[in-house]
Ligand binder design. Structure first.
Ligand SMILES: Nc1nc2c(c(=O)[nH]1)N[C@H]1C(S)=C(S)[C@@H](COP(=O)(O)O)O[C@H]1N2
Ligand SMILES: [Mo]
Length: 178
C-alpha cells in the first residue's frame, strides 16, 4: 500500500513538474537554438536598423512565403519562391508602412553578394504599401532550392525591366540613411 502511494505520488509530482516546466524549457531551448545556429547564418542584416540580425534557414522558414512568376535574364519565365525582402526588414525593425515618411524617405538598402556585387534600393521600393512590385528574396525556383551559383538567396526584382538588381548569392542587407 505504501509502495503504491509512493508510485502515485511520484507520478503526480512528475506530471505537475512537466506541466510547470514546459514554458521554461521551451524558452531555454529557443535561446540555445539561436546561439547554436548563429554560426551558419545565411543572411546578415545590419546598418541603420533597430535589431541587427543573423538569419539561419530555420529563421527564414518561419516567415510568410510568396510565390511569383518572372522572366529571367535568359528571357525564360520561371517560378520563384521565397519571402518578400520587406519581411526581413520588418524583423530588423526598419520603419515601414505609416512610418515610411518624412526623414525616413531617405533610407536605402544595400543588397550585398558573396562575390562583392552590390545593388541599392530605396526603402520605399521594398514596401508593398508604397511600391507596386516590391522584390522577392527567393530561395527556390521551379520547386527546387536555388543552385550554388544563383543562391542560396537571390533577389527577384520584378519591378525592373533589366536584371542588374537580381542580385545572386546574397549574404548581407545593409540599411543606410542618405
Ligand atoms: N552576385 C551577383 N549577382 C548578380 C550579378 C553579379 O555580377 N553578381 N550580375 C547582375 C546582372 S548585371 C544581371 S543582368 C543578372 C544576370 O542574371 P542571371 O545570372 O540569372 O543570368 O544578375 C545580376 N546579379
Ligand atoms: Mo546585367
Amino acid at each position: 500500500m505504501f509502495g503504491l502511494c509512493l508510485i502515485l505520488l511520484s507520478l503526480f509530482a512528475s506530471a505537475a513538474y512537466a506541466q510547470g516546466a514546459t514554458p521554461a524549457k521551451t524558452e531555454a531551448r529557443a535561446g540555445a537554438e539561436q546561439s547554436a545556429t548563429s554560426g551558419d547564418a545565411l543572411l546578415e542584416v545590419n546598418g541603420d536598423v533597430a535589431r541587427p540580425l543573423k538569419l539561419t534557414s530555420a529563421d527564414l522558414a518561419k516567415l510568410p512565403r510568396t510565390t511569383l512568376s518572372a522572366r529571367g535574364h535568359d528571357e525564360k519565365q520561371r517560378r520563384f519562391d521565397g519571402v518578400m525582402l520587406v519581411e526581413i526588414l520588418k524583423l530588423a525593425g526598419v520603419p515601414l508602412g505609416k512610418e515610411l515618411r518624412g526623414k525616413n524617405m531617405s533610407l536605402y538598402v544595400v543588397v550585398e553578394a558573396a562575390d562583392g556585387y552590390r545593388a541599392v534600393f530605396a526603402l520605399v521600393e521594398l514596401d508593398p504599401d508604397f511600391a507596386n512590385q516590391p522584390p522577392l528574396l527567393a530561395d527556390a525556383s521551379e520547386g527546387k532550392p536555388l543552385s550554388k551559383e544563383e543562391g542560396p538567396l537571390r533577389l527577384v526584382a520584378v519591378g525592373d525591366k533589366k536584371h542588374g538588381r537580381w542580385v545572386r548569392q546574397i549574404v548581407r542587407i545593409v540599411v543606410r540613411r542618405a
